[in-house]
Ligand binder design. Structure first.
Ligand code: DX5
Ligand code: ZN
Length: 219
């Protein structure tokens, strides 16, 4: 069970401080890169987060909601990201992109929007280190968890189990104390939580609480 809080709902004008505030209780730090094209929202890009990717005290988990990941995603890996996830809907050659990410030392993650199925990811076979099942429409924090995604999480876990490697199943969107159990039961092992953590009075305690709930309900 890995906790990877999203800083999307933190105070982004104090990004490093916000990351440092939760780093000790987090396994990874989820960084939502949005380009205003692939999703309607705009956050930050490589120029802003590069110092964090280089910092060996954190393991960064970059979620790229961008067009043309074939061109841009390897740059995040090269800069030192621990994990780089691109959207299958935006990629031209997913297999090559996964192999590029690995060759720069990152884990290769592939994400699907709620409306996309897992067939294209299944076709990538052992190239993939993590499947990210979006449990909200990507673009904004604070949305309600889509229960309809639970069967997709189960299928992602099946795909992951078929692989020889250590493939993770990540869920992102609407994850909190009330929804994390269902995801863990369905087979997710990497949990992104944004607003549940940063809108709480004590983000660190919230992360610990979520972790405890997920561990109790592990599939
Ligand atoms: C949404 C982002 C998420 C977001 C999750 O497009 O990918 O990582 O920060 O926020 P919550 O946990 O509030 O749904
Ligand atoms: Zn995300």
């Amino acid at each position: 069970m890995l906790m990877t809080p999203s800083v999307l709902n933190a105070d982004l004008s104090r990004l490093r401080e916000e990351v440092e505030r939760i780093a000790a209780v987090s396994d990874l730090i989820h960084l939502d890169v949005m380009d205003g094209h692939f999703v309607p929202n705009l956050t930050f890009g490589l120029t802003v987060i590069e110092p964090l990717l280089r910092d060996e005290r954190f393991r960064s988990d970059c979620h790229l909601m961008i067009d043309d990941p074939d061109r841009w995603a390897p740059e995040y890996a090269r800069a030192g990201a621990y994990s780089v996830t691109f959207h299958i809907e935006a990629a031209r050659d997913g297999a090559k992109l996964c192999s590029d990410l690995r060759s720069h030392g990152a884990r290769a993650g592939v994400a699907v929007k709620p409306g996309s199925n897992l067939d294209e990811i299944a076709a990538l076979g052992d190239s993939v280190d993590m499947i990210l099942v979006m449990t909200v429409e990507p673009g904004f924090g604070g949305q309600a968890f889509l229960d309809d995604m639970l069967p997709k999480i189960r299928r992602a876990r099946e795909l992951a189990s078929r692989s020889d490697g250590d493939v993770w199943v990540q869920v992102d969107g609407g994850i909190g104390a009330e929804t994390i159990e269902r995801c863990a039961e369905a087979g997710a092992n990497v949990f992104v939580a944004g607003s549940a953590v940063f809108r709480s009075d004590d983000p660190r305690a919230t992360i610990e609480k979520l972790r405890a709930v997920a561990e109790r309900r592990q599939a």
